[in-house]
Design a protein around this ligand. Sequence first.
Ligand SMILES: Cc1ncc(COP(=O)(O)O)c(C=O)c1O
Length: 420
Amino acid sequence: MAGKLAINGGEPSVSFSNVTFPVYGEKEKELVLKVLESGRWWRGGSLEEQRDSVSGEFEAEFAKFNGVNHVLAVPNGTVALELALKAAGLGPGDEVIVPSISFVVTGTAPLLVNAVPVFADIDPETYQMDPADIERKITEKTRAICLVHYGGYPADMDRIMQIARKYELKVIEDCAHAHGTEWRNKKVGSIGDAGTFSFQMSKAITSGEGGAITTNDEDLFYTSYSYHHIGRLEHKGFYDFYLPAWNYRIAEFQGALLLCQLERYKEQLEVKHDNGEYLAKELGKVEGIKPLKRDERITKRGYYFFVLRYDKSHFNRIEKGKFIEALQAEGVPCWGAYGKPIYQYPLFQEMNFGDKQCPVACPHYGQTIDYTATKCPNAEHACENEQVVLKHHALLGAREDMDGIVDAILKIQKHSKELK
Ligand SMILES: Cc1ncc(COP(=O)(O)O)c(C=O)c1O
């Protein structure tokens, strides 16, 4: 730990020498080749054909993994959200409560179905949507809560489901960060009306691009099935169309990768969970760094990232950005996450695309939507001052790597004057 900071030419604290991402091997090569040589590169037209495909096999396995009755694989996590909201019946003028911090599409997905996002602040100790603020934001027009399990830490599903029942709201769980995360032994994505997943390249399970909807609601499943299949109904003819809809079918190559990656993930999840628990315990001892709050109701942690809450007053008042640069130089894969709350993007602040009027402001709402007054103080503080995140694949490292992360932080703290 002693010695010169790596950013100033010293030795890095940690190497993660055994970590690669994505992890793949013979199984992936064999199955992708099998799909190639089969000549069947799409999953088919009828429900039966689609189920009897590699993608269908993945859906069945992912349903088992998540403890849900239905899974629909789709090309990415963005369309998974769009379809889930559409199939849950959200439409023009409906208000949907969304998180203030997430990847942008958790906030913009309601706009894709002509509904109106309303931003809720986060709990400063968990970074998840604050149920009290969700309740404050409910109006006559609210129809749904579209939450994210930010970083893989679960939202407070007890309180959120209570609120949803009280106000008769749909709950869509964006699980793009939270593959395998459990709340009271139930996988996220199996608690609300629907869950949505992303399998894009940076995610814990990946096929380069990919996504899925999970649900126990048969109607929601068949409606999203129809919307993803150009409006076909499950047992009707291939050239009969019942809804104006998209082609959001996944390709068999993606299904092949996903089937193999899911199998691998079961073991990776345990490694990440255990390393995350260890790291949280060790970081809890470092002044000026707080992991997210421990909560007994979280029975398994999947990760997109591991959040460190940085307090510069213990680091010689070095700004967060500089701390991140120094930590990266020490060999720790980290970043500042999304940088600002979603409502601060030009999309919401200026409501335009370049010089064009923004077409996404809901035309059916009956009033102008002004996001310039939106303020979520906890989210703003987290983004500006506090949030540093470790990339999930770091948690695939050995115990020495976890110790190396802690050493790197302590080294930066000790030498923080040299960063001035
Ligand atoms: C929280 C969250 N939701 C949705 C998405 C969208 O997924 P995709 O990139 O697969 O469209 C992402 C992707 O980064 C995400 O992080």
